[in-house]
Design a protein around this ligand. Structure first.
Ligand SMILES: [Zn+2]
Length: 381
């Protein structure tokens, strides 16, 4: 299959205009600028061809939550996001009793084996009660090495990221333990101050979980975690750009401060994404969605989002983030942050043919997962 005749965003954000991509056996066989070497199967005129999106922080969508277990529910959530261009996602589990989380990690590990999801993100239970967001405070705990070990072992390599509050007793050791296991250590839902955050980065933290949300706010004499994370060259900054989690000015300033190679747009989407207003479960909690805004039924905290990455891309461009930077923030940057840089997030020969066709106004027109069409409106027009 050859896709050509439009703008192609190739490796390292190089724009081939026009360009083409050849797909063979589900992989990208070759790419090039100019006219395609053979007649094209998918005409990209007035279209962009970009890598499939990578969501490193997502809890569900289309009415299904990763928390709800393996198999069909996972497939439903993954397929919902795939129809919005996300071909690689790391399934997020929120805080639950330890043995429940252990079981869910093991179940999701099977979905990783099946190729439905690319890994598991543990968001909890090692979080700060002071910034718990939608996580039930009674189930939060300090990261005892043995407990963390149980969760990591349950995944047998499937756990790709752990968000934790490093100021908890044993927190810095836990960061090292996560990194030693081969997963990404993320700081989030934390009451850490500036100094402790720097220590956590020194211990191995490389991701800031939804910056600003679920952490001590910035103050001119008590800077807190935000400046420490923005200034740390090795830290990827997650931003939820849904117009609700962050004021557009703050989202823009954070993306500018971190720079394009370090900004990752995430959805933090819950099962309600793609559904209308209503009441939905999120782990042990109940969430009320009104006008797309998800809040805890009790306590009013924001509880994830109903965002999809295609909308995050359009939102980011609308607040002034350049298109190619915003695109990197939903493709190559998150892929690298969770150790998937060799497989996802870039249109390079040899990679799986996870492709998205966008219209000029950045609406998803077609999605190919491993070369297979998920949706394809391009042909119809
Ligand atoms: Zn989350």
């Amino acid at each position: 299959m050859i896709l050509g005749g439009g703008k192609v965003v190739a490796a390292d954000s190089a724009v081939l205009d026009p360009g083409w991509v050849e797909v063979r056996d589900g992989r990208i066989a070759s790419t090039g600028a100019g006219r395609a070497p053979q007649p094209v199967d998918v005409d990209l005129r007035n279209r962009w061809l970009v890598p499939g999106f990578v969501d490193m922080h997502v809890h569900g969508g289309g009415g299904a939550a990763f928390q709800d277990g393996a198999g069909e529910r996972v497939r439903r959530a993954a397929e919902f996001h795939r129809s919005h261009g996300t071909t690689t996602l790391v399934a997020g589990l929120v805080t639950a009793p330890l043995r429940v989380m252990e079981r869910k990690v093991a179940e999701l590990a099977e979905s990783v084996q099946d190729g439905l999801i690319a890994g598991v993100h543990l968001e909890g239970p090692f979080l700060a009660a002071a910034h718990c967001g939608a996580h039930p405070p009674s189930l939060l705990r300090a990261p005892a090495a043995a407990d963390l070990r149980r969760l990591l072992d349950a995944g047998a390599g499937a756990v790709r990221m752990v968000t934790l509050a490093p100021e908890l007793p044993g927190g810095l050791d836990a960061v090292r333990q996560v990194v030693d296991s081969g997963a990404t250590a993320a700081i989030g839902h934390t009451d850490a101050d500036y100094e402790l955050t720097r220590a956590a980065v020194g211990a191995g933290v490389t991701v800031a979980t939804h910056l600003w949300n679920g952490m001590r706010p910035q103050h001119h004499r008590r800077p807190g975690p935000v400046p420490a994370l923005l200034e740390a060259a090795g830290v990827t900054i997650e931003l939820v750009v849904d117009g609700l989690h962050l004021h557009p000015a703050i989202a823009y300033a954070a993306a500018r401060a971190a720079g394009p190679g370090r900004t990752a747009l995430v959805t933090d989407a819950i099962a309600a994404a793609g559904l209308g207003d209503g009441t939905y479960p999120l782990g042990e909690a109940t969430v009320r969605v009104r006008g797309g805004e998800a809040r805890l039924a009790e306590g009013d905290s924001l509880a994830g989002s109903t965002l999809t990455l295609d909308r995050a891309l359009r939102n980011a461009v609308a607040i002034g983030i350049p298109f190619l930077d915003a695109l990197a923030a939903i493709t190559s940057v998150p892929a690298r942050a969770v150790g998937l840089g060799g497989e996802a997030g870039s249109l390079a020969p040899g990679r799986p043919a996870d492709l998205v066709v966008l219209t000029d106004d950045l609406v998803v027109d077609a999605v190919f997962a491993r070369g297979n069409p998920v949706i394809n409106h391009t042909e119809e027009r």
